[in-house]
Design a binder for this molecule. Structure first.
Ligand code: AMP
Ligand code: TRP
Length: 352
């Protein structure tokens, strides 16, 4: 069976969303909404794989929802909901816990990073996290998954799980009416744009992240104009006396490469054009980066200012956000429940 093209993606309601989330994922989400059926999830089940204060978690779920909408997701068109309201995610994740092999999960680099040195003390949920992510996607038989580059390995695992499930249960899947024996599609990662990996403003070799202790390392969607200007002004550059003259030279200078990538993504232009802008403004002084940083601040404020204002406005009416999540959850359930029922039949559970 050829699967209908369907998009699924999600973000965790932990900490505040930043420019990496926006450029690495959200911009693609909004683009795909124009051409595809899209399902965008606030993954609260994923969030509790590390400790979350319950009061803050509720607020964070609403704030991420507000950020989705403020960034341009249309909850009437796309499905916007939080994961815990649709039981199929947890149900299918359990089945996948029994399909995925320990050896596969042992290879996941994100677990190693997040668990750190004290691995014995990490939650079992953190370890099984990629299985839940596979369930998120496959509960909708989704075919396309727009994410930042750091999720590539998890997507590969989701593909392996889909394939093993299809193989293990081929006979039953055919009986259920899927002639080619394929219940789950192979979901495609969609990793595009000039900023699939936005790096820290303090260290061009580390990715911009919610969990980095220094707030100066990232631009948050909730930062105001002055904070954005200050963070860009203090963003790390290098000691070279001339700007890179081509893309190869740019690549060798990670901090500059990152800033040019951010500029290009925000301005909706190419990296080449961003680099040209840096070259053109480098004579303005006092430093070769002064003019470029001014232009970067302008475009960042122009793009992020209205998003911040809209998040603040939406957060003024939490009941309205909850209504959006309730509506999205009902629509998500309508898709996932019949698929989950097929999974139960195929696995051999009794449904009555
Ligand atoms: P998370 O904040 O881990 O829930 O990530 C949500 C989405 O943002 C995922 O698609 C990530 O790949 C993406 N993302 C997070 N940090 C970055 C970054 N520094 N650069 C690009 N994409 C990112
Ligand atoms: N693991 C993703 C992240 O940390 C979030 C996520 C959970 C996700 N489920 C997903 C992304 C399904 C895409 C599809 O960024």
């Amino acid at each position: 069976m050829a699967f209908k093209e369907r998009v699924f993606s999600g973000m965790q309601p932990t900490g505040s969303l930043h420019l990496g989330n926006y450029l690495g994922a959200m911009v693609q989400w909004i683009e795909m909404q124009k051409t595809h059926e899209c399902i965008y999830c606030v993954v609260d089940l994923h969030a509790i794989t590390v400790w979350q204060d319950p009061k803050e978690l509720k607020n964070a779920i609403r704030q991420v929802t507000a950020a989705y909408i403020a960034s341009g997701l249309d909850p009437k068109k796309s499905i916007v909901f939080n994961q815990s309201q649709v039981a199929a995610h947890a149900e299918l994740a359990w089945v996948f816990n029994c399909v995925a092999r320990l050896g596969w999960l042992n290879r996941m680099t994100q677990f190693k990073e997040k668990a750190g040195k004290d691995r014995e003390n990490a939650s079992v949920g953190l370890y099984a996290y990629p299985n839940l992510m596979a369930a998120d996607i496959l509960a909708y038989q989704a075919t396309h998954v727009p994410v930042g580059e750091d999720q590539k390995q998890h997507l590969e695992l989701a593909r392996d799980i889909a394939q093993k499930f299809n193989n293990d249960f081929r006979e039953q899947i055919v009986e259920a009416g899927y002639e080619d024996g394929i219940l789950f599609p192979q979901p495609e990662p969609v990793i595009t744009g000039p900023a699939t990996r936005v790096m820290s403003l303090r260290d061009g070799t580390k990715k911009m992240s919610k969990s980095e202790p220094s707030d100066m390392s990232r631009i948050n969607l909730m930062d105001d104009t002055d904070v954005i200007a200050d963070k860009i002004k203090r963003a790390k550059t290098d000691m070279e006396s001339a700007p890179p003259s081509n893309l190869d030279e740019l690549k060798a200078r990670p901090e500059i490469d990152n800033l040019v990538g951010i500029y290009a993504a925000l301005a909706g232009t190419s990296k080449e054009a961003g680099l040209q802008m840096l070259i053109d403004t480098s004579k303005e002084g006092p430093s070769i980066f002064t003019g470029f940083k001014k232009a970067l601040t302008e475009v960042a404020v122009e793009k992020l200012g209205p998003i911040r204002a809209e998040i603040v406005r939406l957060m003024g009416d939490p009941a309205e956000i909850d209504r959006i999540l309730a509506d999205g959850s009902a629509r998500a359930r309508a898709i996932a429940t019949p698929i989950m029922n097929q999974v139960k039949d195929v696995v051999g559970f009794v449904r009555s």
